[in-house]
Design a protein around this ligand. Structure first.
Ligand code: MLC
Ligand code: AMP
Length: 496
């Protein structure tokens, strides 16, 4: 049996499955909008429903402006804003032009922004935060910064939507294993095949209405929520901030059918008196971090919803999912999605993957690209086991990574900042189990004087995004080290 058979509706003819149907994301979207210009596609909190026809014409105007500003196909456009119609239009416009979007977390501070800009060398930066313009200019004065409405000079008509399936669409910055964040280059084929797989597995159709409260600068909100909705011709209700009651009220207000969230969001939904509203949805999906069996059960008890947990990564888009029909097993991520192959390799047992959704490499990182793959299989850095029914469980991580509320934090990046503190001599940053965030960032410091949690939190927060700040800091006389002098982080984690 094919390992992704459990996702297919009964009597599916395998030869009819074409995960690259339509070729590229903008091709699929634009064809649909031309055919159904009056159909609503996006709900913006301030502007209400917006139709395909509007997206078509406004994205063309923005694409002309970007081209006039000098953006050529294959060049990068940095994009960072909270969820809004303008952000969606800018994203679609850049893709229609054949440019490569760099979705960037708006919480980044100056050095994080400077790293992305100097590494990816965007031609234009479309950014909401006024201070980013200065930071970007200081890093590279050639970058043109503009706000999400892209009020640049209009340009002449030009031919759009010519990008090829193999053309780059996104560069997603991630640290992968260790070191400074690197850009995972995803092609249109990678992203399109991933959402086509979800379309089949989750029975996602043009009738669906998604409540989209995830940020649109990571794979979950952008590559799954937005791209999926646009590709199947469904509708997405954008909520720029996550508020449990607002999500639950929106289900009724919009007649929604789906919600996607990270586990921290489900924890907050459980605390709302209105949690039973989730029962009105056709599908609730969780991903980006492990969902506890307890939250899984409590959501079922209070709303009658079996959350469907799935597994993905920036480098691969979506990989594995619990079945839409059949048992959605807690503590498991299910079966490979259509087109995806999974194997467990080595000791410790690492999850390795292949498929049309898997990227080919990091932006300008030849050496790291060699070690990222094992004979054509991408090494996820996650550990796993497949049970006798074919369900994959993620059992741990080989990479040094903390996932807090669905955001990735690389201990090394935080440690490099903490050691710059005048009183700190040495430090180690670890992730400890946390009810609200899944994992919490915690720092151990060897210091010349008392450095309390608030002081270090502020110090880190001035230099890195807020979610990378340690929740707590502990002063110790020395860090536990092995015979080779390496810090034994597991001994620090065991203290909790
Ligand atoms: C906010 N805070 C966090 C945090 N988010 N701290 C740690 N970890 C986080 N993730 C801090 C705030 O700075 C604030 O600090 C305090 O917590 C309370 O803030 P809040 O206003 O209550 O938080 P909120 O803005 O509501 O954010 C919570 C959240 C957000 C869960 C909505 O973290 C979020 O959007 N997470 C989703 C991330 C995501 O999209 N991941 C997908 C990655 S893609 P203070 O000090 O001011 O009180 C991927 C691939 C895949 O992983 O498989 O999907
Ligand atoms: P990112 O680099 O932000 O794309 O995060 C990808 C990482 O998130 C994966 O390598 C996993 O470690 C983790 N992840 C995603 N989905 C799940 C899940 N359902 N359960 C556990 N971990 C997950």
């Amino acid at each position: 049996m094919n390992s992704w058979q459990p996702h297919l509706p009964e009597a599916t003819d395998l030869s009819q499955i074409d995960l690259l149907a339509g070729g590229t994301l903008p091709n699929v979207w634009v064809n649909r909008w031309r055919r159904y210009p009056d159909n609503n596609v996006i709900h913006d909190p301030e502007q209400g429903w917006v139709s395909g026809g509007t997206l078509l014409s406004r994205s063309e105007t923005t694409a002309r402006r970007l081209a006039h500003a000098g953006v050529l196909p294959g060049e990068r456009v940095l994009l960072s804003a909270s969820s809004s119609l303008e952000l969606v239009i800018a994203h679609v416009a850049a893709l229609r032009l054949g440019a490569v979007v760099i979705p960037t977390n708006g919480a980044y501070r100056a050095e994080e922004v400077a790293h992305v800009v100097s590494d990816a060398r965007p031609r234009v930066a479309i950014v909401e935060q006024p201070e980013w313009r200065e930071w970007i200019h200081a890093t590279d004065p050639n970058v043109i910064s503009t706000d999400p409405s892209v009020e640049l000079d209009d340009g002449p008509a030009l031919s759009l939507d010519g990008v090829e399936t193999d053309g780059a669409a996104l560069i997603g910055y991630t640290s992968g294993t260790t070191g400074r964040p690197k850009g995972a280059v995803l092609t249109h084929g990678n992203l399109l095949s991933s959402v086509r797989g979800l379309e089949i597995a989750w029975r996602w159709t043009s009738k669906d209405i998604l409540i989209l409260a995830l940020p649109l600068f990571h794979m979950h909100g952008l590559g799954v929520g937005l791209h999926g909705s646009l590709t199947v011709g469904g509708r997405a209700v954008l909520l720029p901030d996550f508020d449990a009651d607002q999500v639950l009220d929106s289900i009724k207000k919009f007649g929604a059918t789906m919600f996607f969230g990270v586990p921290t969001m489900y924890g907050r939904l459980l605390n709302s008196e209105k949690v039973s509203q989730l029962g009105d949805l056709r599908l609730c999906v969780s991903g980006s971090a492990p969902l506890s069996a307890e939250v899984h059960r409590k959501i079922y008890d209070s709303a009658g919803q079996h959350i469907l947990e799935r597994y993905g990564m920036t480098e691969t888009a979506m990989l594995v999912s619990n079945p839409y029909e059949g048992e959605r097993r807690p503590n498991s991520v299910g079966f490979p999605l259509p087109g995806v192959e999974v194997r467990i390799e080595g000791d410790p047992p690492e999850i390795q993957v292949k498929g049309p959704n898997v990227f080919k490499g990091y932006w300008e990182r030849q050496e790291e690209n060699l070690s990222a793959f094992d004979g054509g299989w991408f090494r996820t850095g996650d550990l796993g086991a497949i049970d006798s029914d074919g369900y994959l469980a993620i059992t741990g991580r080989a990479k040094e990574l903390i996932i807090s509320g669905g955001f990735n934090v690389y201990p090394k990046e935080v440690e490099d900042v903490i050691v710059e503190h005048e009183a700190v001599q040495e430090c180690a940053v670890v992730g400890v189990s946390d009810e609200e965030w899944g994992e919490a960032v915690v720092a151990f410091v060897v210091a010349t004087r008392d450095v309390d949690s608030a002081e270090l939190r502020n110090f880190v927060g001035e230099r890195l995004a807020h979610y990378k700040r340690p929740q707590n800091t502990y002063r110790v006389d020395s860090l536990p080290r092995n015979a080779l002098g390496k810090v034994q982080k597991h001994r620090l984690i065991d203290l909790f």
